[in-house]
Design a protein around this ligand. Structure first.
Ligand code: NAP
Ligand code: FE
Length: 365
């Protein structure tokens, strides 16, 4: 028996949806979790504060989430939620604060879990409910059961995966993405395209994830072209935010493939953003997959408005330049770590050791 689809997140969209959302249903007290600047800059934090104050819901703000959040930060946020007696958690931001909010909710309800035992410990009590407000159009974390955290113990990023980590609701207001620098808009859009494409070329794909992936690939692929041509307006922002949410629903079914596994060491050791790191491997992933899934790959090209792998690569590299170069020893180390990642063999095409070497060697100085 195969589960075709499960995604319990209630998704709302539209300008002002944060102010309209019936927050009171979740309780009397909450912890808002966000990064240091963007939640204020984009207006989401103000909107949430106003909405909660109007409903007499008490709140506190934890605004110390860094990019690629560490397990330690999430633990601190979880302890703060518990001390506050929070009934629920609101995550505002890109994937980093949203993932941190989920892990914090996990820690808050499970005082026996520590930084060391998070991944092996039992989640005895359901995490606090999380409401996710994305301010980037990329990760789709607002609709996934994943929390991707920086784990110093293993010198890499590691995904916490649990059905109980799905947010209860996602509130999509594209207005919050207006303050994004163009480079972040482009990199996060590539991340979303990766989710849709990796899901479409995954062994775990189902008819439902395929339908979502095709729509997401179209929205993100065409969206990337429009971004490269400088056509970023309110409508495009809405499409990108919708596309990234759909792509998140795709990976909630399929998970990701080697693009993500291979990119993590570039982020952990070299500080590339998540989207930049994924851009380094997406065109090769699609090229290699053509040997086992030609019609799917051709459909990806058609949906993106390109004719072949060269044009697909050019689209990605125009949106997110992939000109990073690192010393040989480092790249070989990253390739070993990347090849050991959990998603490497989830794709229809399983990369050989030669494939892995050839993909990484482009990044040797
Ligand atoms: P991010 O790390 O959340 O944010 C990147 C930068 O953009 C930060 O400096 C942030 O500022 C800023 N920013 C965010 N929204 C902004 C806005 N509206 N205006 C101006 N600046 C803004 O980036 P992300 O790409 O969205 O998330 C990446 C993380 O998500 C990675 O850790 C990745 O592994 C994870 N991820 C998770 C999933 C999942 O399913 N859970 C899937 C893919 C990726 P602040 O620091 O001030 O907020
Ligand atoms: Fe991603």
């Amino acid at each position: 028996m195969k589960n075709l689809f499960f995604n319990p997140v209630k998704v709302f969209e539209g300008r002002g949806c944060v102010r309209e959302y019936p927050w009171k249903q979740h309780g009397k007290r909450c912890l808002i979790i966000c990064g240091g600047h963007s939640a204020r800059l984009c207006g989401a934090l103000d909107d949430v504060r106003t909405a909660l104050a109007d409903l007499s819901v008490a709140f506190s703000v934890f605004d110390k989430v860094e990019q690629n959040p560490t397990v330690e930060t999430c633990f601190s946020a979880g302890c703060e939620a518990r001390e506050l007696g929070a009934d629920f958690i609101i995550g505002i931001g890109g994937g980093s604060p949203l993932d941190a909010a989920k892990a914090a909710a996990y820690f808050a309800s499970n005082p026996h879990l520590t930084v060391e035992t998070l991944y092996d410990g039992e989640c005895k009590k359901a995490p606090l409910p999380v409401i996710a407000i994305p301010t980037t159009a990329g990760t789709g974390s607002e609709v996934t059961q994943y929390s991707v955290l920086t784990c110093r113990q293993i010198e890499n990023k590691k995904t916490l995966k649990d059905t109980s980590l799905f947010p209860v609701a996602a509130l999509l207001d594209a207005e919050y993405t207006v303050t994004l620098p163009q480079s972040v808009t482009n990199a996060t859009a590539v991340d979303a395209l990766c989710h849709a494409v990796e899901g479409y070329l995954s062994k775990g794909a189902t008819p439902v994830s395929d339908a979502l992936a095709e729509k997401a690939i179209y929205l993100m692929g065409r969206g990337l072209s429009a971004l490269c041509e400088g056509r970023l307006d309110g409508l495009l922002r809405e499409k990108l935010l919708c596309g990234s949410m759909l792509a998140g629903q795709v990976i909630s079914v399929t998970g990701t493939c080697f693009v993500h596994s291979f990119g993590y060491p570039f982020t952990y050791f070299e500080g590339l953003s998540h989207g930049q790191a994924n851009a380094c491997f997406l065109p090769d992933f699609v090229r290699l997959s053509a040997s086992v899934a030609e019609s799917r790959v051709n459909r990806i090209y058609r949906l993106c408005g390109v004719r072949n792998n060269e044009e697909f690569r050019a689209l990605i590299e125009r949106a997110v330049p992939c000109n990073h170069r690192f010393d040989r020893d480092s790249v070989m180390k990253y390739s070993r770590i990347g090849a050991g990642g959990g998603s490497v063999n989830k794709g229809l095409y399983e990369p050989t050791p030669d494939d892995v070497y050839n993909m990484y060697k482009k990044y040797i100085i």
